[in-house]
Design a protein around this ligand. Structure first.
Ligand code: FES
Length: 108
C-alpha cells in the first residue's frame, strides 16, 4: 500500500444526511482528487467511506486523518476549500471544524 499523506473518511450513512448527500460528497471527492492529481502525485490522498461515525447529525461528515480533524455539513463549496487549504496546504479550515481529535502517528 502506498504511503498516503492524508486519508479522508466520509460518512455515507443515512442518519446524518437524508438524501444521499454523503455518498454524493464521497463521489465528488473521488472526481476532484483525480482531477487535481492528488491520488498518485506528489501529495497522496486516500478516501474511504464509513457507514457511521456515531455522530448522526449535521452531515455530511468528513474526517481528515492523521490530523484528527472533523468537518460538518460539508457541501461541494466547502469540499473545494477543504481540498485547497487542508489537503494541499495542510491548514485545516477551522470555521467548519466541529471536533479536533488527537493526531495519529504511525511507526515506520
Ligand atoms: S450516519 Fe453519519 S455519523 Fe451516523
Amino acid at each position: 500500500m502506498p504511503a498516503y499523506d492524508r486519508i479522508v473518511l466520509v460518512c455515507t450513512g443515512k442518519n446524518c444526511t437524508q438524501n444521499g448527500e454523503g455518498l454524493a460528497l464521497y463521489d465528488r471527492l473521488k472526481t476532484r482528487l483525480k482531477q487535481l492529481g492528488l491520488i498518485n502525485g506528489t501529495i497522496k490522498i486516500k478516501r474511504s467511506r464509513v457507514h457511521c461515525f456515531g455522530v448522526c447529525k449535521a452531515g455530511p461528515l468528513l474526517c481528515v486523518q492523521p490530523d484528527g480533524v472533523w468537518y460538518y455539513a460539508v457541501d461541494e463549496a466547502k469540499l473545494e476549500l477543504i481540498i485547497e487549504q487542508h489537503l494541499i496546504l495542510g491548514k485545516p479550515v477551522t470555521e467548519w471544524v466541529f471536533h479536533q481529535g488527537p493526531q495519529v502517528t504511525c511507526k515506520k
